[in-house]
Design a protein around this ligand. Structure first.
Ligand code: SF4
Length: 296
């Protein structure tokens, strides 16, 4: 059974054709606010990777988190431009886009300074691939927590076990506090959360949202999804059906199908013109506002 990463599975669930287009590097020439926010999210993770590696191996040469984040952010933006893309923002998000880099660096500095993992949590893995059996998924950071010990009725300690917590970072430039709970619940119910509990052999999964503006704050710091065998088995059974279909499509045993929803809560699918106007003809796409970008 070939296993796919949480992000690949999520895109495929949205539309197998969209996943294929992204794998091939297709993108609209115009990159919008969402694209810039995605680059900032990757840059934030790169900064935290540098921080957590330094924490895992003190004394080893390490990158400075804000430098790692800023370098990745600027390189990605330049890569888009060098590939023929351009950033365009609506009047509504123009202002936010202009402070994206600044917000990213402020939120990162805040997170490093107020490391949300207590010193007794030991960093045991940073951006480490879980291998082909997990679709090469790479959790941001894995901690070993102080042992959880059980006592019998007389209060005697009867056993201890070491447990792991996997944490994923989500960077947001701004987010209305009234949606905090909704966002936290969404991440804890995600395929990614189940994927890391199952394949990462973690007892807990936490998605830490770091909001930059108006001033940096953490959301969901103490909200965890805890491993539950029944829940995970149910999830695995469902995923296996999807992964089987994904693999059959990749190997040509099953045709790629089109989603009937060409829009979602983020708006119109970026491949809308390609699918509905250009019959996904590469030349017409290149003439009609699409480029191919090497994935990084
Ligand atoms: S436009 Fe529709 S069919 Fe085409 S990739 Fe997007 S969701 Fe899929």
């Amino acid at each position: 059974m070939k296993v796919y990463s949480p992000s690949a599975t999520k895109t495929w669930e949205r539309c197998p054709l969209l996943r294929e287009a992204q794998r091939a590097g297709w993108h609209t020439v115009v990159h919008d606010y969402g694209d810039l926010a995605m680059i900032a999210g990757d840059a934030f993770s790169a900064g935290m990777e540098a921080h957590n590696l330094a924490r895992m191996s003190p004394g080893e040469p390490a990158s400075v988190p804000v430098v790692a984040a800023q370098t990745l952010f600027q390189e990605r933006v330049e890569h888009v431009k060098a590939s023929g893309g351009r950033f365009e923002f609506t009047a509504k998000n123009q202002e936010a886009a202009l402070v994206m880099e600044e917000g990213l660096l402020e939120a990162l500095a805040f997170t490093v300074e107020n490391d949300p993992a207590p010193p007794e949590w030991q960093v045991v893995a940073v951006e480490q691939s879980l291998g082909p059996e997990a679709g090469y998924a790479r959790p941001d950071v894995v901690y070993e927590l102080p042992p959880e010990c059980e006592r019998d009725e007389s209060g005697e300690q009867v056993g201890c076990r070491v447990v792991r917590l996997t944490r994923d970072y989500k960077f947001k430039l701004a987010s209305d506090k009234k949606y905090d709970t909704e966002r936290v619940n969404e991440y804890l119910a995600s395929g990614q959360a189940h994927h890391y509990l199952h394949f990462g052999h973690s007892r807990y999964f936490n998605s830490l949202i770091v909001v930059a503006k108006p001033k940096p704050r953490f959301v969901g710091l103490t909200a965890y999804l805890e491993y539950d065998g029944k829940m995970i088995n149910r999830w695995v059974a469902g995923q296996e059906g999807k992964w089987q279909a994904m693999h059959m499509q990749e190997t040509g045993l099953l045709p790629l199908w089109e989603s009937e929803q060409h829009e979602d809560k983020w708006g119109r699918c970026e491949m809308w013109e390609a699918c509905l106007l250009y019959d996904r003809d590469p030349q017409r796409m290149l003439n009609g506002g699409y480029i191919k970008i090497e994935r990084r």
